[in-house]
Design a binder for this molecule. Sequence first.
Ligand code: THU
Length: 129
Amino acid sequence: MSIDWPALKAAALAVQGRAYVPYSNYRVGAALLTAGGEIVAGCNVENATFGATCCAERSAVFAAVAQGHTAFRAVAVVTNGDVAGTPCGICRQVLAEFGSDLEVLCFTPEGAEARYWLSELLPHAFRLK
Ligand code: THU
């Protein structure tokens, strides 16, 4: 089945609006497409300690796992500006936990867009299994 990218992008945009970003004002939304065709979204949630901040991609993964999903086909990530932000290194590793055969679409409402495989963004991911 082909991926409904417009639906995934719409979910990322919707959750981006809920980002809690009082420190950076950098809003990120991430929408994961599960193997079963469901969409689970997450936004970045910042914290006064800075270090306790959670990125949008990890928020989405953790929400999905809590809902019983551990197999994913794609993730759409939205940021703002002329350059589409890509998942940070920690988020790449967290996504890779569930397989590197994952399509990653990074885009901005301003028109930037880039598509990758997770295996390109994080080659040789660390694995224990
Ligand atoms: N951020 C994400 O949500 N995802 C990333 O992959 C990179 C960074 C967030 C964390 C923080 O709230 C803000 O962007 C600035 O770093």
